[in-house]
Ligand binder design. Sequence first.
Ligand SMILES: [Zn+2]
Length: 374
Amino acid sequence: MAPVSAFIDSNFHGGAISLVSAADVRGIELRLRPDNASEFAQWFYFRVYAPRGLEQVLHIRGVDTAAFPKGWLEYRACVSADGQDWRRTETSFDGSTLTIRHTPTTDVTAYAYFAPYSAEDTQALIGTAARDPRVSVDVLGLSLEGAAIQRLTVKDPRTTAGRPPLWLVARQHPGETMSGYFLEGFLARLLDPTDSAAQALLRAVDVHIVPDINPDGSRRGNLRTNFAGANLNREWDRATPEYSPEVLAVRTALEATGAGQLLDLHGDEALPYVHFIPADMPAPLLDRRAKFERALMEASGDFQTEHSSTLGGPNNPRLLSHWATRNLGCLALTLEMPFKDNANRPDPLYGWSPARSRRLGADMISACVVDLVK
Ligand SMILES: [Zn+2]
C-alpha cells in the first residue's frame, strides 16, 4: 500500500507538538515541543487530518528527556473525535519513543496528553457560576502577556461569621488541565441549593477560586511555566512583576483576605493515585489535615493516603501550599490527580478523566465541611 500522508495542526489554544514528518500516516514522526521559555516538555495536543479508517501510528521521539520520564510508564494517550469525549488509546514506551496507535472513524482526530481545558472552557466555568447571585467575579491582575487573572467569590448573604475564606487555585502548572474539570464538579455542587453540605459550607465561609492563574501558559500549551519560563509554584516567596506577576496578583489578594483553608490543584505525571503532597506543619494543623483526609477518603473512593510524591520538598516556601501554611497559618494542601489512572480503580476506557476529576471536586465539598463547619 502506498503511503498516505497526514496533516498535523497544533496552532490553537493549548496546542503543542513538533512535526518531523507526516508523509506516512502509519509512521508519523513527532517530537515534544518544550514550554516556550523553559526546558520543560511533556504536554502535547494536536490534530491529525487523514482519511478515516486507516490506522494512525504516531512516534513521539526522545521523550526520555521530558520533564517526567516516569510519566510514560503505563501511560496511554488521550484521543478524541469531537474534543468532548476523550478516550485512551493503545500507547507504548520503549525507553525513548512513545508510540500511539489509533484507527479513527472521522477524518480529523485530536491527540492530547490529557483532556485539554481551553480559555473558552474556563470562561464557561466562570460564566455558568456567575449567573448565581451569590457569585461575583473580579480581576486580580494581569499575566505577563496581559491576560486577566480572574477570581470567583462565592458569598452567601446569610454568612455573618467573618471567618477567613476557603481558597482554591488552579493551573499554576497549565498542562495539569484536570484541575479545570475538578472545579466544574466543585462549583456545581457548591452552588446546588438543594445540597445541604454545600449550604452548610457557604454559611460558614466564603469561597475564593482562581480558575486559571497561568493563562499565558495555558494558551501556549506549556506544561509547567508562564511566558517568562517561571514555574509559578516555585515563586511564592520571591515573585517579581517582571518574572511572575501572576503569583504577585493572587498573593496580594490572599494576604488581603487571609485563608481558613487553601487547596492548590495539580496533576501528577508519574504517580497513578490521587493524593496530597507531604507537608511540614504545626501539630494542630497536622491534626486537621488527618481529619480532612479521613473525611475525603469517606467521601471519595478515589482519594488515598498510601502513595504520595515529594516534589518540591515538604517545607519549601516557594510552593503555594507551604507558603500559605507558613504565612497565613491555614491548612493548605497541594492536591495531585493522576494523568494516567487511579491504579486502585483502573478504567480501561477513560483512565483518569474529566468525569472523575469533576466527581472528586464534588466529593471535596464533604471534606471541606468536616474541616470548616464548626
Ligand atoms: Zn503541578
